[in-house]
Design a protein around this ligand. Structure first.
Ligand code: GSH
Length: 199
């Protein structure tokens, strides 16, 4: 059975598309904004969100879990550190950090800026989110002052997962003054398979 990817760009499905491109894997794509909230997608993702995949008929959701699984499945391509290695611990650390300390706040800001219906929005949360981002992003900036990539000395799926959140943060203006983080973001954008938006 082919690998099926439910996707729409620009969304977190860019992580999955980028991972598959780096792994040189073909797949069947089911695309479209209208997938979000549809019954069709709900069979693969219980919240009917993107991205999601069906691998050998088995549904999998959460972009970081999907990318990690795909990199593990094609371990011969060297896109992820071996389970049990220190670099793998760094992968887990930076993925969790990016999703909880960075992306959660960016997502909350987007929801309260324009995604939620107006009556649900709480503008004061945006200031809180900005304060949290101001604490978290310098942690990545410091680390990337000493390291070219996040999990070991070469590009890996960790950089795809975290890079998506960093690019989102930079495009929203949250990386101002964090030159090492911006330089890292540019290195990722220069990669031939990178689908992230520069502007
Ligand atoms: N943590 C999930 C987030 C998935 C998510 O929220 N996807 C967005 C598009 S980027 C979506 O489908 N939103 C529709 C909704 O929130 O109902 C992941 O990383 O896959």
């Amino acid at each position: 059975m082919p690998l099926v990817v439910y996707e729409f760009s620009p969304t977190r499905s860019d992580r999955v598309r980028w991972t598959l491109a780096e792994l040189c894997q073909s797949y069947e794509s089911v695309k479209g904004r209208e997938l979000i909230g549809s019954d069709r997608l709900r069979k693969v993702h219980p919240l009917s969100k993107l991205p999601a995949i069906e691998d050998d008929g088995r549904p999998l959701f959460e972009s970081a879990a999907i990318c990690t699984w795909l990199a593990d499945k094609h371990a011969d391509k060297g896109l992820i550190a071996e389970t049990g290695s220190w670099e793998r611990a760094l992968h887990e650390q930076w993925v969790a950090f990016a999703l909880t300390e960075v992306e959660a706040h960016l997502w909350s800001t987007a929801r309260n800026n324009f995604l939620y219906p107006e009556e649900m929005r709480i503008p004061a949360i945006i200031e809180q989110n900005n304060a949290e981002l101001k604490r978290a992003l310098p942690v990545l900036d410091d680390y990337l002052g000493e390291h070219e990539y996040l999990a070991g000395d070469k590009f890996s799926v960790t950089d795809i997962i975290v890079g998506f959140a960093v690019n989102w943060a930079r495009r929203s203006g949250a990386c101002a003054g964090l030159d090492r983080l911006i330089a890292y973001n540019m290195r990722l954008l220069d990669r031939p398979h990178c689908p992230l938006m520069r502007e």
